[in-house]
Design a protein around this ligand. Structure first.
Ligand SMILES: Cc1cc2nc3c(=O)[nH]c(=O)nc-3n(C[C@H](O)[C@H](O)[C@H](O)COP(=O)(O)OP(=O)(O)OC[C@H]3O[C@@H](n4cnc5c(N)ncnc54)[C@H](O)[C@@H]3O)c2cc1C
Length: 340
């Protein structure tokens, strides 16, 4: 697949009738990914949504939730807008999930722009609404501004985790960064921070998304060497809009390898093709992770179910017989049209 991996002689000979034979004789042998053992339990999945800001996006989100619900995820999480801007929408979405679905919701909560007392009160409301799982984050300041903790707030996610433990016995997940958080003093300091969050009472980390599988696998090695034994669930972002993903990645410090751009090049005007390419890329990534023993995945769905559903299927996660038809496919199309 990659010309750079071939010996120089075979690189020179491309195009001649003998090129395939010569590559076969001189190139590396690449073993296929092992097929999943049909007896092995399928991996555990979780799905992330963002709270909708209008009625049309709300309909899209709920079509997405209904489509993915049948896959029985371990939990579904709902993000909290930058600067706490979606506080009421996050709460409303999580509360509706509790009321109207069989899903286990996890509410994202950040330290930004609120005192400890205010954050504790929000957490208490979640507990009273039946929410038992919080994804505890520092959050980001508005673009272009440096992070300054609220004078009476929780300064970092580790402080928030400790605060939440005082409010109620929540299950708590925290963020991890295989490529190191952009503001960290060093990769080691960032790992120390992850350990502090887990020691403060979080039970799992969910990673920022990444495209190079080895980046995540090396991160697991480094985390283990730093004494971290909690689960570090890979965050998977199926990409169907490369330009949008590249812009977003630049903001959050996730690197975009050149091969990803090459795979999407020429797909700009063809959303259906982009989705197919996106499924193949993410399916290859999760299968490679699965072959390396990873059996839990967190999907950044962007409120669109189709890619995540297809990748879950490939991973062996299927609805029980009789469930999971195409009832919501009209909603999926509407969502796809919105963001393509
Ligand atoms: C799975 C996931 C979900 C997310 N969901 C949301 C969301 O819903 N809403 C949202 O706004 N953002 C969200 N984010 C983004 C996140 O808020 C940002 O990446 C933010 O910049 C860092 O949050 P954190 O919880 O990792 O921070 P922290 O763990 O507090 O770390 C932030 C930075 O500060 C450093 N640091 C920590 N403690 C100290 C200290 N005592 N002194 C000096 N430096 C320190 C760390 O090394 C790191 O560089 C999410 C990220 C991930 C990976």
């Amino acid at each position: 697949m990659c010309a750079a991996a071939l010996p120089p002689a075979s690189r020179l000979s491309t195009g001649s009738p003998d090129a395939t034979l010569e590559r076969w004789l001189t190139g590396p042998r690449v073993a296929g990914l092992p097929a999943r053992d049909r007896e092995a339990p399928p991996p555990q999945l979780s799905f992330e949504f963002f709270p909708p800001r209008n009625a049309a996006l709300e309909a899209q989100l709920w079509a997405c939730i209904r489509r993915l619900e049948v896959l029985a995820p371990r939990f579904v999480s709902v993000t909290y807008g930058a600067g706490g801007s979606t506080q009421s929408r996050t709460h409303a979405t999580v509360a509706r999930i509790v009321r109207e679905t069989r899903l286990v919701p996890a509410a994202h909560l950040t330290c930004i722009g609120a005192s400890r007392q205010e954050v504790d009160a929000i957490a208490q409301q979640y507990w009273e609404a039946g929410v038992r799982h919080i994804v505890a984050l520092r959050g980001d300041p508005p673009p272009g501004e440096a992070y300054t903790p609220h004078p009476e707030g929780y300064a970092y996610a580790a402080d928030l985790v400790a605060g939440l433990r005082r409010v109620a016995p929540f299950e708590i997940s925290v963020a991890a960064y295989p490529e190191t958080h952009p503001a960290a003093l060093s990769p080691e300091a960032d790992l120390d921070n992850l350990k502090r969050k887990l020691d403060a009472g979080a039970s799992r980390a969910i990673t920022q998304y990444f495209f190079e599988t080895t980046t995540y696998l090396r991160f697991l090695d480094r985390a283990l060497a730093a004494g971290i034994t909690a689960s570090i669930v890979p965050g998977i972002m199926p990409v169907s809009n490369y330009a949008q993903a590249a812009r977003f990645s630049a903001l959050c410090g996730a690197s975009v390898p050149a091969w990803l751009g090459h795979l999407f090049a020429g797909t700009e005007g063809d959303p259906e093709l982009r989705r197919m390419v996106g499924v193949v890329i993410a399916a290859e990534q999760v299968r490679l992770l699965q072959a390396n023993g990873v059996d839990e995945f967190h999907f950044y769905t962007l409120n669109r179910p189709d890619l995540t559903y297809a990748i879950a299927h490939i991973l062996g996660v299927r609805p029980p017989a009789g469930e999971g038809g195409l009832a919501s496919s009209a909603g999926d199309r509407a969502g796809a049209a919105e963001t393509d």
